[in-house]
Unconditional design. Structure first.
Lengths: 303, 257
């Protein structure tokens, strides 16, 4: 019997498949298709202290094997989430990860404090949203910036703290090390890669925000490389994401060094993707005599 | 409201006009609960599903009709599907038109491919309905016989005058409202046309429902991609989502800028 269970920073997940922030809302829409307890966990839609309306449309552009988005952290604000969505989510029998974003260190700290008072299981610090001016990514693109926000948030976060890293950087290992040194319990990567498409008829960018974040299978090799580099640099768990669409991708990501994975854009073409990936991993373990999924983490044999 | 995602068999396909194809899909689970104006999100080989309005619903036979215009890689692929193929649908999605009272005197205004969802609406009202359909050219006219078979009053407009009224649907609508009592207007088509319909409906004090289109990803309200500017009750602006709060909105909710 394959043991799918993983433990991240003291939190137990029934399987290593988590839905990625921004792709799964607060879960209600997907709960009409399958019970959320099939998931290892949910990284909830990125939240801010106060309601944000997000960016003007169009917010979506298709790309070869992927997509750009410039949603811009549209969310009802943390208090509305706690009141309207958290009680329902707590009944879904899966790990809840609150993804929090801010425009200044004080906002991040207040969010972390407030979430720490709730039944959420973990906090994911979003210092990598590319679609919001002063929206986190300013902190996420240098080791010093990332360290400075984690240092302060750590004082307020009473829950295990995941830091979600941006791929739009020169040295991912240096950033991963910097946040580990300030007390991060785990890192998750990659957030989206900054991209752009132009309509050649109108000479206008397709996205009203001009640029947006690239996700989907197109980014998968970049994500594997960065997860491998980050996992080699730190001792805390790494959560791997970026373009995962099937069980083999999740296994590859775990061999690169990820202790768990997140699935995002794949859910837009196959809403059952995270469930199928979890089932596929279990099948693969049975076929390959792997008893515990954690056995494969970081087992890539580099040349 | 409930939806599902599954592979369904295609029973029939037909070319209606240049680049416009009709598919009849056997999907009893969707047909039994779908409402005119709802849509399905269709999987292709590309990353994003393609949201397509439901044209006709036959709950008894368990089929829906989809009319698709090939205007890119994804819709080209859908238009190449043939009877015997299966199609991956997620649906029925969104809120349909309010067609609960079929005794009302209704006008449907469809522009181009926007005529397709208007067929589903007109089939609820039958004789109580006038259908104003606009196309660029006589060669682009679709669903003419289908609307006629419903017994509704059919008013075709073309931009170049090669069929019916030489002019826009909005001009025809205004002429119609001057001479007829109308309880409700339903519309789908290009944005400038729908904005025009909204303005005319306001001028004549007629309730108007508009089906919106926006670049979309999940189709169910999770990703917040398909934002559309709307007005709250207090008059302030916000972003609603076409897939979940729409695609059908009351005209006064919408903020065309």
């Amino acid at each position: 019997m394959a043991d799918m269970q993983v433990n991240l920073a003291g939190v137990s997940f029934k399987n290593p498949v988590i839905t990625a922030s921004g792709c799964f809302g607060f879960g209600r829409e997907f709960a009409k298709l399958y019970p959320l307890e099939k998931l290892g966990g949910i990284s909830l839609k990125g939240m801010t202290l106060h309601e944000r309306l997000g960016n003007p449309p169009p917010r979506i552009a298709e790309t070869p094997s992927g997509m750009l988005n410039s949603v811009g952290l549209q969310n009802p604000g943390v208090e509305a989430f706690i009141e309207n969505d958290l009680p329902w989510l707590k009944e879904q029998n899966t790990v809840l990860i609150a993804n929090i974003a801010g425009s200044c260190v004080e906002d991040y700290c207040e969010m972390a404090q407030r979430i720490s008072e709730t039944d959420v299981d973990m906090i994911e610090l979003n210092i990598s949203c590319p679609n919001v001016k002063q929206g986190g990514v300013a902190f996420g693109t240098s080791p010093e910036g990332a360290a400075s926000v984690v240092r302060e948030v750590r004082k307020h976060a009473k829950k295990p703290l995941i830091v979600k890293l941006s791929p739009n950087v020169a040295d991912i290992a240096a950033i991963a090390k910097a946040v580990e040194a300030e007390g991060a319990d785990a890192v998750s990567l990659i957030n989206t890669l900054l991209g752009m498409r132009i309509d050649i008829k109108t000479r206008r960018p397709i996205l009203r925000n001009n640029t947006g974040g690239l996700s989907g299978p197109a980014v998968f090799p970049v994500a594997v490389r960065m997860v491998w580099q980050a996992a080699n640099a730190v001792n805390i768990p790494v959560i791997g994401l970026g373009g995962i669409e099937k069980a083999e991708d999740a296994i590859e990501m775990m061999m690169a060094g990820a202790s768990a994975v997140q699935v995002g854009a794949a859910m837009f073409y196959d809403p059952y993707a995270p469930v199928k990936i979890a089932e596929g991993i279990e099948q693969w373990m049975n076929d390959n005599g792997v008893k515990n999924i954690s056995e494969i983490v970081g087992t890539v044999k580099p040349w | 409201m409930s939806y599902l995602q599954k592979q369904f068999p295609i029973l029939d396909t037909k070319c209606l006009a240049k680049d416009i194809h009709e598919l009849v899909v056997s999907c009893p689970e969707i047909a039994s609960q779908a409402i005119a104006g709802q849509f399905v999100n269709i999987r292709t080989s590309h990353t994003l599903r393609r949201p397509i309005s439901i044209c006709g619903i036959d709950a008894e036979k368990g089929t829906i009709r989809l009319v698709v215009k090939a205007q890119g890689k994804g819709t080209d692929e859908i238009c190449r599907m043939r009877p015997g193929d299966t199609i991956d649908l997620l649906g029925p999605l969104g809120n349909g038109f309010d067609v609960k009272n079929s005794n009302l005197k209704a006008v449907v205004v469809g522009g181009g491919i926007g005529a397709a969802p208007m067929y589903g609406v007109a089939s609820v009202y039958g004789k109580n309905c006038a259908a104003i359909l606009g196309f660029r050219d006589s060669a682009d006219v679709i669903l003419e016989k289908d609307f006629q078979a419903l017994g509704c009053e059919l008013l075709i407009c073309t931009d170049n005058g090669t069929r019916g009224f030489h002019g826009f649907t909005t001009q025809m609508l205004e002429n119609y409202l001057k001479e007829n009592h109308v309880d409700i207007i339903h519309t789908c088509g290009p944005k400038p046309m729908m904005k025009g319909v909204k303005d005319i409906a306001e001028k004549y004090g007629v309730r108007c429902q508009i089906s919106m289109d926006e670049r979309m990803a999940c189709g169910i309200g999770a990703c917040l991609g398909c934002a559309c500017k709307t007005k709250k009750e207090d008059g302030s602006s916000t972003y609603s989502h076409v897939c979940k709060h729409g695609p059908v909105f009351e005209a006064q909710q919408l903020d065309f800028d």
